[in-house]
Design a protein. Sequence first.
Length: 284
Amino acid sequence: MQHISETNIIKQFTRPPVPPQPDTGSISTFPTSPLDMPPNTFENALKNRQENQRKLIQWIKQNLKPDIHYGRVHIAQNCPLVKVEAAYLCKDITHFSNLTLWKAGAEKIIAAMGLTANFPNIACYEEACLRGLEIKQVLLKCELKTHGGRVVAEGSGARHLREDNWNLNISIKMAQKSAMIDATIRVAGLTEVFIKTHRHTLKNKLPRMSDCHDYNFPPWADCHSTQTDEKAITQRQKDFILKSAGVKGHTTEGLNQLIHEKFNKHLEDLDRVEAHQIIQHINS
């Protein structure tokens, strides 16, 4: 019996082998490297990218608001106010970082560029939770995709559960936020404008007084405003907010609506500064 691979039907629909092409050392008609492009095309592409980035920075300074979309983070651990968890009261500019992009700012930039954030390895932690495995640290990757599904930038973010009192939910959200900010800065080339996390400023030592006016950003309360780190809301703050809201006659739905209008978050997602601001607002 004849083997099936030798039959006329199989041979008719089998693609003939392609002979190997000799390497002539010439540049491909469709270059795989930007440096292989024709000089004029390459020069025009550089000009377009440079102009687009300038336009993006101009859009950022016009649409992003300080203390909401970006700001400075208190990094001086020897500050007396840190010991009493009141770093947001510090007014010493030397205790603060350079401009830092925050989650709200990253989301706004991503939306303006028509991209979506995807976290491909978060399913691993979902599976680990279902299996009852112990998780001590979270490392997530963020992919920014176009509407066609093409990945244009990646970022990573890590968080140890010890930083969030072993609350896995908070640690995952913080890692997601860090990864998304990292990817946003990469896709738009904004490293010179924003630093990725406040920990990078430890290498940069102290911020310069002129940083507030770089790229014509709005002055951040004349460089003497206050800001805190990204520590999550404490249980004491949460209980106090709920108690104060009840005394003032706020319902749970009304309180959630107030927090959403002010920070676009839920109560559990607030950081300590935002919680302090909500307390002041309720008691004002």
